[in-house]
Design a protein around this ligand. Sequence first.
Ligand SMILES: Nc1ncnc2c1ncn2[C@@H]1O[C@H](COP(=O)(O)OP(=O)(O)OP(=O)(O)O)[C@@H](O)[C@H]1O
Length: 260
Amino acid sequence: MSELSGLEIRGLRVSFDGFTAVDGVDLDVTPGDLRFLIGPNGAGKTTLVDAVTGLVKAQGSVLFGGAELLGRSVHRIARSGIGRTFQTATVFEELTVLQNLDIAAGAGRGMLTMLRRRKGVPEPVARALETVGLTDQADSLAGTLAHGQKQWLEIGMLLVQDVRLLLLDEPVAGMSHDEREATGELLEHISEERTVVVIEHDMDFMRSFARSVSVLHAGRVLSEGTVAEVQADPRVQEVYLGHAAGGAVASATVPEVGGV
Ligand SMILES: Nc1ncnc2c1ncn2[C@@H]1O[C@H](COP(=O)(O)OP(=O)(O)OP(=O)(O)O)[C@@H](O)[C@H]1O
């Protein structure tokens, strides 16, 4: 089992040519949390994840398991046990599911070891296949998988690398209802042994599966807590509904607002 580690972000700031996309964010994700990051378009969610994974330069501090990530290269951060997915699945479509997982598993190994033929399916790969429900598709080309299955394969590729913090960008976008349910259950399962952060616009999905929620707005943390707590926060209602909570609006809950 992986050792559980949490994320401690302090005073995180990211600017692009004078525009501040992340504006002094403090965020604590406890080990084994299933944290949802929500917020309107442009709130800074993806930029925050980019900063944690080393894709953009940032100021402040990001500790994972007590170690500072800011200033490290993308590769070193990945080797620290941090993995992410992007809005569009990035699997090798011409290779089989198994080959995709094998390549991911070998990411930290030397080329010779990678090229050496191995008998059978390595144990971590078999376990990842099982966890993401793709055992029966092991020999199928990744390009033939359903949309949801490609996302699961990508998550499997993080699992075989024994990533301890998964940062997932809109994992259920474009999925069917059943695929969303299966994904939510998968994330619940994964977060028993790892820390999971999910950027999400799907409020129903968030309501069903978030263990905790941070709401970002204009580069800052607007609200934080359980689903019920952030839904009841008038500042969150204001951001999502576009006007101050009051009267009938106060009884409206974030998940009722479509298309956020
Ligand atoms: N490379 C960049 N150069 C300039 N501005 C950028 C860059 N990346 C992001 N931004 C800006 O930073 C702000 C935050 O963007 P970001 O993508 O982090 O928001 P988000 O909350 O993830 O939004 P969405 O939900 O639409 O994905 C936006 O105004 C965006 O235009």
